[in-house]
Design a protein around this ligand. Sequence first.
Ligand code: FNR
Length: 382
Amino acid sequence: FRLTDCHNFHDFRAMAKRRLPGPIFNYIDGAADDETTLRRNTTSFEQCDLVPNILRGVSEVDTSVTVMGQKLAVPFYCSPTALQRLFHHDGERAVAAAAGKFGTMFGVSSLGTVSLEEARHISRATPQAYQFYFHKDRGLNRAMMQRAKDAGVEVMMLTVDSITGGNRERDLRTGFSIPFRLNLAGMLQFAVKPAWALNYLTHESFKLPQLDTHVDMGGGVMSISRYFTEMLDPAMTWDDVALMVREWNGQFCLKGVMSVEDAKRAVDIGCTGIILSNHGGRQLDGSRAAFDQLAEIADAVGDRIDVIMDGGVQRGTHVLKALSLGAKAVGVGRYYLYPLAAAGQAGVERALGQLRTEIVRDMKLMGVRSTSELSRANLRFR
Ligand code: FNR
């Protein structure tokens, strides 16, 4: 199985599955409860069809978009995901570099495994978002916001769908934890996945990555789900966020908005963007797909705030459908994580390149020369 054999999402996923130890693969691949929302995220794109136009002179197409004041060369960005150096030793470094090459934004997770300053430096030619969670430790929240400001991060992104941990049963079964530890069952898994282990031996002397956010976990080891429940503040309200928006005084978006009412409140408190997202199905199972909520929310607030969506994006046509319904851009998560795990930066670049190629081809087949020409006229629901 070589990188050149990977032509789509499913190929990269299969390659990642071969290379990664079971607990790590399942951490990426899994979601909450019965994983119904995870599946629906992708099938929701199949509820509607594209209606192309012809003979429009499409020898050149412009894939760029402007979102939250940032010009992106492509209508997608790399959504923040945790613990990337566990998937490949380059982790966030590889993703930041690949995003930079494609002229798009990289969202650094506050559960990241390189410092946000280093990621900012690597992707300095393109905008960077810093995703953070509202921790019970208010001092930590202030310190992280200050670091992001000092590092010159363009977009602050507060994730609001994770104030308690989603029920990720695959992680319960495998014992996946942060900081990452090997238990006996895990060791057996690692013995049968030597490529991953060798990668660490060669490059990191088998030092497993640590979190950049120096949270005091009392020396403990916990599941990601327990981390959310114990470290994040479920008492967070709109007033807390309004204060943060004022303090940041720049581009600020909420990640995990799903209702029209909340989208309107985000506008009221001065957010400049909202990300419709169910966290890749990893939090509330049974939650609606972002794509299914998109039209309603774009109609309600699309002229006052930039609407982005993520979840289930695997194809250029998914991106075009989202833009046609009113999204300014889409986020991708697993779409770049499997390639990262499979082949590091080369994998991420190949995957992002394929998505861009598909978007250019599909725009030509749709008869649109720029992303701004996509509209509801290009879509029909069944
Ligand atoms: C995530 N996601 C996420 N979101 C966030 O705000 N902070 C985080 O640290 C993480 N970590 C994370 C880890 C992994 C392994 C996955 C798969 C996802 C959610 C992510 O930003 C995005 O919302 C989803 O991944 C989008 O769904 P797809 O593209 O993976 O289907």
